[in-house]
Design a protein around this ligand. Sequence first.
Ligand SMILES: [Zn+2]
Length: 162
Amino acid sequence: MPLLINLRHLESCPVRLAGRVNVSELDIDPHDEVIRVSQPVEYELEVQSVDNGLLLQGHLHLTLDCQCVRCLKPFPYSLKLDHWACHLPLQGEDAVAVDNDCVDLTPFLREDILLAFPQHPLCNTECRGLPRTLMGNPKKASNADRVGKGLSAWAELNKLKL
Ligand SMILES: [Zn+2]
């Protein structure tokens, strides 16, 4: 089901809409190899009629399948538009299409969701990318060194006490 709003229902009071728009309806193309859309968009909106137009307010949520651009790991990216608002004119040059008293809101969701896509998806802001092969085994040596120093520090303390 595309996201339709019947203008007649808006005549007396605002209308609340909640549900999901499937991927096929949303018809979104990320134009990006590292982002895939496979899950529906969840929405919760309030639609009210304002001067010669519609005002949409609410939140949109979508989980994207992303691939980290640094380490190439796949990870889910939660895209949330919590205070989404959109004004749609019903008159004038930019007026939205009305079909049988209904307006399809799907294209406007699609547009703003695309704008909110991550530019360079990262599994973690601190991601350092692909692990490099360690040269030799410097970690073990430094640990042993630390233990050695630790022991001597205790020895020093003992000397002070005496
Ligand atoms: Zn990563």
